[in-house]
Write a protein that binds this ligand. Sequence first.
Ligand code: GLP
Length: 240
Amino acid sequence: MKLIVCKDYEEMSLEGAKIAIEQLKAKPDSVLGLCTGSTPIGMYADLVKANKAGEISFKKVKTYNLDEYYPIEPTNINSYRYFMNDNLFLHVDIDLNNTNVPQGNVKDPYEEAKRYEEAVRADRQMDIQYLGLGNNGHIAFNEPAENLELKTHVTGLTESTIQANLRFFPDGDIPTKALTMGIGTIMSAKRIVILINGKKKHEALMKLLDKEYVSTAWPCTMLKFHPDVTVICDKEAYEG
Ligand code: GLP
């Protein structure tokens, strides 16, 4: 596991973007696994800049997002589909048909989870899977539990995650379920890059960096079983 400690959020975002920029320069038809949340917003802005400056192109890029609330319409501003369009896809030269987010407005979420897992697996291997980190150590929506699921699945959100994400839903109407890649889906990527900022993430970051500790109570600790993980954090998250 490689650790990069940055002085602040801006530097963390740039470091995260640098990896994607190098990746797309070396392999323009890369498959990227993407994450949402407030953490990657700066990195996506940096990627938009690089695209507008002609440094990289997304024309041949395919993307798979980690997760989506359920139920939610893609037009809802709090949906992860809306977030991705708004922060990245609509500002770069990507073909929207090459972007994938689990569909939060289907009748049967279990069928959708199965379809999404098959789509990820049938495609070329993801070159990079980007991740954020929940305060409680969740990755995507793989919440602390006795058992973690390997494949894309439907999950309930923990009270702590609902409280943490409520800030995006001012009317309080936050879905309590989600569709999420499983730990195995995430680990199937060639490389994993996890971005972590702010004091609130300190405890989870320490669990992730502790070489002696693995527990489903802190889902991020499963990343220790992946051979190519880069942790990019800011000083606040690192020092607590
Ligand atoms: C959500 C997402 C995660 C994300 C986490 C952290 O729960 N499902 O993928 O990593 O929030 O969000 P933030 O970056 O806003 O702290």
